[in-house]
Design a protein around this ligand. Structure first.
Ligand code: UDX
Length: 433
């Protein structure tokens, strides 16, 4: 089979590469010439474990190609995936669909023969039908179907999420389109992965509903963590006790500084707007959007409190800037709230992140970047663990205690056992316990 992947961002590049790993002939198309020439030279512009190696292998085998020419990429293929960005539109919180619609118009001009057009980008309900309208208007002779095929890829685990997903969801309304998608996903489904075929709107909603529900789980556990702090409970045990109920499940109950990333903040907002506009408000999602915003903004207060009420003139070591571990992605990271808030109150910031410093330096001013966690903590008045990188789980406690000006750690990811770290002479603050 042959497919084209429009957009070589996170989703497009991972999906295209994984399809090629299954022996499908994939052409990745992007307008960004610099990105395409880097990819042609085997340079992968994002950090995702295992991806670079897979790109090299499949490009060498001739199954994975890169081009800036959409016309070249989409002619004579079985399916064209639209995997372009759908950022939050300024002003109203809706997903900005201009890239999706522009791609649809271009695709319409260049497809040859029956082609399945697949919405892979996360798009609001109704988009698949709009894409179909655009294609029909642009090229009334085009022989095509539009399908919705949402992705459920976590950054840092995207390859295994693609190859061994919990489910594959396909919104398709014609037999031809269903068969094409079933063939494409056959190698994955053969591994006993459930494949759900639904209507277009349902598939689009499954994606938003899933991400919003996970966001609600996190928001819920974060608010309960605050309650634990007031009443003397331990959120880790509360979450474990809840999670052991199979109806709740133990995953996504880890308290922290608030969720970030390219999906949860954007998708919760977009679902909230769609609900409001359709007269079916999803109030639980409205609440979690508000709760998470407040949480991210309030994290700096914890650091100030740990510094006896003021960070003026104090040195704060920030360990981890990305929105989660195993990625270099800074989008909507809690660091973007906490660092400027501390700087505004007069703190000097020293920072380290294993993969994210280059991105973080583009978004944050006046951070003194260091080569490792220990260098960041040297002479600091407080160290803040913001991202759960494994390398921060095994810090040498005596070294930390001896090298800091004041051995105070604010751990917003609960990486340490409070008793053990306190026994090492470190004043330790964590979340919800
Ligand atoms: C998410 C979804 O998981 C994925 O299915 C979807 O398609 C894209 O969005 P991603 O944004 O890569 O993936 O990261 P994820 O691991 O889901 O984490 C999102 C945010 O929630 C991060 O900021 C993370 O730190 C936070 N989180 C996650 C918690 O605070 N607690 C948890 O228990 C889990």
């Amino acid at each position: 089979m042959r497919i084209a992947m429009i957009g070589t961002g996170y989703v497009g590049l991972v999906s295209g590469t994984c399809f090629s790993q299954f022996g499908i002939d994939v052409t990745c198309v992007d307008l960004d010439e610099n990105k395409i020439s880097r990819l042609k030279n085997g340079e992968v512009p994002i950090y995702e474990p295992g991806l670079e190696q897979m790109v090299h292998e499949n490009a060498a085998a001739g199954r994975l190609k890169f081009t800036t020419s959409l016309a070249e990429g989409v002619s004579d293929v079985d399916a064209v995936f639209i995997a372009v960005g759908t950022p939050t539109r300024h002003g109203d919180g809706h997903a900005d669909l201009s890239y999706v619609y522009a791609a649809a118009e271009e695709i319409a001009k260049h497809i040859t023969g029956y082609t399945v057009i697949v919405d892979k980008s996360t798009v609001p309900v109704g988009t698949a039908r709009q894409v179909a309208d655009i294609i029909r208007k642009t090229n009334p002779d085009a022989d095509f179907d539009v399908v919705s095929n949402p992705e459920f890829l976590r950054e840092g685990a995207a390859i295994s999420d693609f190859t061994k997903p919990d489910r594959v969801v396909i919104g398709a309304e014609t037999e031809r389109a269903k068969q094409c998608m079933e063939r494409l996903y056959q190698p994955i489904v053969a591994n006993r992965v459930p494949l759900m075929i639904t209507g277009l709107e349902t598939a689009e909603l499954i994606k938003y509903a899933s991400n919003a529900f996970l966001a609600v789980k996190i928001g819920f556990v974060n608010e309960l963590a605050d309650l634990c702090e007031k009443v003397g409970g331990d959120i880790m045990d509360v979450a474990q006790g809840m999670g052991l109920d199979a109806r709740i499940g133990s995953r996504f109950l880890q308290p922290g500084p608030g969720y970030g990333g390219s999906c949860f903040p954007k998708d919760t907002l977009a679902l909230m707007r769609t609900g409001q506009e359709c007269g079916a408000p999803v109030r639980i999602v409205e609440a979690v959007v508000d709760s998470n915003d407040r949480r991210k903004k309030s994290m700096a207060d914890r650091v100030v409190a740990a510094c006896d009420g003021s960070v003026e003139g104090k040195t704060v070591a920030i360990l981890g800037f990305t929105f989660k571990a195993e990625t270099d992605d800074m989008r909507d990271s809690p660091a973007l709230d906490i660092v400027p808030a501390l700087q505004k109150q007069g703190a000097r910031i020293k920072g380290f992140d294993p993969k994210g410093m280059e991105e973080a330096a583009k978004l944050l001013d006046d951070v003194e970047w260091q080569d490792d966690a220990y260098a960041a903590m040297e002479d600091a008045d407080v160290a803040v663990i913001l991202t759960e990188w494994n390398i921060f789980r095994q810090l040498d406690r005596s070294r930390v205690r001896d090298s800091m000006a004041r051995p105070v750690v604010v751990d917003l990811r609960n990486l340490y056992d409070p008793e053990q770290i306190s026994a090492a002479g470190i004043t330790y603050h964590s979340v919800g316990r």
